[in-house]
Design a protein around this ligand. Structure first.
Ligand code: MRU
Length: 356
């Protein structure tokens, strides 16, 4: 994607250093962060310097490659198992993270005791994971674009655009394709409290691409659905269960229920790397609970140019902060994958799920 005319990916690796866009600083500042070791890279996933299912997956793959470059010859496989455990402990809901660590581990194991070749395989596999992610998202755009009518007013939640992946995005990729095809889509971008991925990131991306949109507060979505100003919904996903239930950013479930009540089609867009074939039902998807201060406080820039945190709740009030919720398959009109649009059902999921 282009930032002021220059093409960027969300995350990449150069000579053993992981480089990524520093997402918490957006939209006010565009900065690239350099991470020299897998431990630094794991922290960047946990603290959400990088976030979004596909971007987390690619970052996890690169972290595994960094671990392979640093692992000791005599303890190579033990060091890699330890690194995988550290990386997997960062964000429990994002299926792409586990997909990536396990794909790199399989590539390493295939080299047996040949450590130099295992290192090479880890690095090559990490780059493949990132390239696959970008290619899948581009294909999601092609498959999703025909679902979008001319002039459609589309609601989305959180950020499932290119910042949530290596490039293109999932939910926003069909919107970019429709925009480029001259269909003039309009996007309702909800803020997505507490971290504001909609207001900060989706709005910024759409602005970069020149896609007309408006930011609304989270609790306005139902009003616009009921008053006939939303034609369809497209959201992303962090994990899809084998029965078609979908985990996505907290608030997705409410949007899906209100969409159904108003006869509005509700689509989920995700690469098949987000499917967890070992998770039979949405109730079994682990839901990450983040620090309560993300709800109690907010970050912003002072007039003096300092990035600072202020508290908005009473000091004594505790908060709860589930990062995701689960939308049952019955609310979903279809799942847009890189292989095509499938029903949110066990059969639909099985028709596109990866085996390895
Ligand atoms: O907590 P995040 O920002 O990593 O959450 C991910 C998301 O942005 C959304 O849930 C998104 O819709 C799916 S990830 C592409």
């Amino acid at each position: 994607m282009n930032v002021d005319g220059k093409h960027f990916r969300t995350v990449w690796m150069e000579a053993g250093t992981v480089r990524m866009i520093n997402q918490p600083l957006l939209p006010h500042r565009f900065e690239i962060v350099d991470l020299p070791s897998y431990q630094h890279t794991a922290v960047s996933i946990r603290d959400m310097t990088v976030r979004g299912a596909g971007a987390i997956g690619a970052t996890a793959g690169f972290a595994m490659a960094q671990a392979a470059l640093a692992a000791r010859d005599q303890r190579f496989h033990a060091d890699m198992a330890e690194a995988a455990a550290v990386i997997e402990a960062t964000r429990p809901t994002a299926q792409n993270l586990f997909y990536a660590t396990r794909r790199v581990l399989r590539a390493i194991q295939a080299q047996g005791s040949d450590v130099p070749r295992a290192r090479e395989a880890a690095v090559a596999t990490a780059h493949e994971i990132a390239d696959d992610d970008a290619a899948c998202c581009e294909a999601i755009g092609s498959h999703g674009e025909p679902l979008i009518p001319q002039g459609a007013r589309i609601s989305t939640h959180c950020n499932a655009g290119w910042l949530a992946f290596v490039d293109w995005g999932s939910a926003i990729s069909p919107i970019y394709a429709a925009h480029r095809a001259g269909k003039e889509p309009f996007v309702w971008v909800d803020e997505t409290k507490p971290r504001g991925q909609g207001a900060r990131l989706t709005a910024w991306e759409l602005l970069q691409e020149g896609v007309p949109h408006a930011v609304i507060c989270d609790n306005a979505t139902g009003h616009y659905m009921k008053s006939g100003q939303i034609d369809m919904v497209i959201v992303g996903s962090d994990r899809i269960a084998a029965n078609g239930d979908v985990a996505n950013k907290i608030g997705t479930y409410s949007s899906a229920v209100v969409a159904k009540a108003n006869g509005i089609p509700f689509y989920v867009a995700a690469p098949t790397t987000t499917i967890d074939p070992d998770c039979p039902h949405g109730d079994q998807i682990p839901i990450e609970e983040r620090d309560q201060d993300e709800v109690r406080c907010t970050w912003g820039w002072t007039d003096e140019g300092q990035f600072t945190r202020v508290r908005t709740t009473p000091e004594g009030s505790p908060a709860r902060n589930p990062a995701f919720d689960v939308t049952p398959a019955e609310y979903i009109a279809g799942i847009i994958t890189e292989k095509g649009v499938v029903p949110a059902s066990a059969q639909g999921i099985a028709s596109v799920a990866r085996t390895g």
